[in-house]
Design a binder for this molecule. Sequence first.
Ligand SMILES: [Zn+2]
Length: 131
Amino acid sequence: MPIKPKSHAERLYEQNKGNRDYRKENKERYQSPEDLKLRAIRTGSRWRKVRNLYIQQHPLCEDPFNYHKENNETTLAQEVHHVTPARIDTEQFYSFDNLQALCKRCHARRTNLERVEGYPGGDEGEGGVES
Ligand SMILES: [Zn+2]
């Protein structure tokens, strides 16, 4: 009875499933230099300063969906959104022109829209979580 040969990936997995170094190496493959760079700028002190300054100058939610206007409310901004996502263009990451002060609700909606419709001008709608 012929036995179906195992695929390369299966053999590789069999050979290495007890090998911690191999697992570590493969895990790190998901952290591409690009991912690491994005993570570093998102958590960096320069961004923290820019973000705080932006929020100071734009204390209210910029209301991109006219939601607050329609409801006659003013809502404090809690988060700063990147209009052009960092993964598309890191050059614009610190540019005030590329930022939008949003409340949590508007930011969630904006982020969801981008996930569903894709970023206009970008290649794919999926990607990292925006800050
Ligand atoms: Zn809002």
